[in-house]
Design a protein around this ligand. Structure first.
Ligand SMILES: NC(=O)c1ccc[n+]([C@@H]2O[C@H](COP(=O)([O-])OP(=O)(O)OC[C@H]3O[C@@H](n4cnc5c(N)ncnc54)[C@H](OP(=O)(O)O)[C@@H]3O)[C@@H](O)[C@H]2O)c1
Length: 327
């Protein structure tokens, strides 16, 4: 099948290239991609700072939504024509992309492919880090940093839907209000006075059971202070810096767990296990409209550099996606 995809000749020169779609493996489907989600990892890959794993497609793009147009022999649930969103092993910035059948979710009629493309990476990242590594339970308090981000905007809704009390952070008063509207009971402005002071005034210091940290750096000591005894802190990003100076005594005085992960390095079986849990625990709430993907802007695939610049500036709310349709 003919396809087109994005090739970065240099970090500042993107070209649309035509070739043939790769063959579909036994457990895989080929998806005619309507939309692909943009992730910060794509920007780093474009700059040569985050090379894809050796077995991954060199084409950027970690999540897509569209229609199944070829089905591998061992596939049992999906058929030609099904609307899906999926996590890809790279290759999403294209008109056609391969995904494992067990890394797909069937898109309900009430979700567009634009919305569908905004979901897989955020659902998987939040499920694995907050529910599995962080062991969040109903009734606990969870702090999801970066509530206005692609990850945070879904994470807040997921945690609230599972019965947690969610608090968050964002970068302006207006963004804090918008994050509250997603279901957070308190949102601190990380560009104002000390975060710890804001959470102390709101009565949350020393009370937070699980923290999802998307930014690292100086946030880590604040995380340690905000955590409740036996709290779990999961770090998945370093926008504020790769290095932190922390007071280690806080770790052992409160018996805290500090962990992290990167979805790109999670093996296929672990991803499939998360998808099974999401299908059972989260997807019904997506279908019911209780968890809604927030799409800020959809850019034509050819305008990928403009879309990346939008993400680099960080002025979006929720997700940015690419329209990858042919013609
Ligand atoms: N480890 C993994 O598996 C994994 C998977 C996916 C994403 N991530 C990471 O998670 C982070 C969020 O990803 P995303 O796709 O959701 O990104 P995104 O949509 O681009 O959101 C990033 C948001 O972070 C906030 N921000 C910017 N600078 C900040 C700072 N210095 N301190 C605190 N917040 C800041 C901004 O919102 P405000 O201005 O409102 O604060 C911005 O909108 C990224 O670091 C990404 O690399 C990790």
């Amino acid at each position: 099948m003919d396809r087109h995809f994005i090739h970065f000749e240099t970090p500042e020169l993107a070209r649309i290239v035509n070739d043939r779609s790769p063959p579909t493996g036994l457990d895989e489907v080929l998806i005619a991609v309507d939309h692909a989600g943009i992730n910060r990892a794509d920007l780093l890959q474009r700059l040569g700072l985050y090379p894809p794993p050796e077995d991954a497609s060199p084409i950027p793009g970690l999540e897509v939504a569209g229609r199944v147009v070829a089905v591998g022999e061992h596939c049992t649930t999906l058929k030609m024509g099904d609307r899906v969103c999926a996590l890809t092993h790279g290759g999403g910035y294209a008109s056609h992309a391969i995904a494992r059948e067990d890394h797909c979710l069937a898109l309900p009629d009430n979700l567009s492919t634009e919305q569908g493309a905004a979901l897989p990476e955020a659902l998987l990242t939040v499920w694995y880090n907050v529910m599995e590594r962080g062991q969040l339970s109903a009734g606990e308090i969870v702090l999801i940093h970066g509530g206005s981000s692609g990850i945070g905007s879904i994470g807040i809704q997921m945690a609230a839907a599972l019965g947690a009390d969610v608090i968050s952070t964002a970068g302006s008063a207006a963004r804090c209000d918008a994050v509250k509207a997603l279901g957070a009971s308190f949102v601190a402005n990380h560009r104002e006075s000390s975060l710890t002071a804001q959470f102390t005034d709101a009565g949350y210091v020393g009370q937070v059971d699980v923290i999802l940290d998307i930014a690292g750096g100086d946030l880590m000591q604040a995380n340690l202070e905000l955590a409740a005894p036996d709290g779990r802190i999961v770090c998945i990003g370093v926008m504020r810096g790769m290095h932190s100076e922390i007071n280690l005594t806080t770790l052992f005085m409160k018996r805290l767990t500090l962990t992290g992960s990167t979805l790109r390095r999670l093996n296929t079986a672990e991803r499939a296990r998360c998808f099974t849990a999401i299908r059972e625990r989260i997807w019904p709430q997506v279908i019911a409209g209780d968890i809604q993907p927030i799409v800020d802007t959809a850019y034509p695939l050819a305008n990928v550099l403009e879309a990346h610049e939008h993400m680099r500036l960080g002025t979006h709310f929720g997700k940015l996606v690419l329209d990858c349709r042919m013609g």
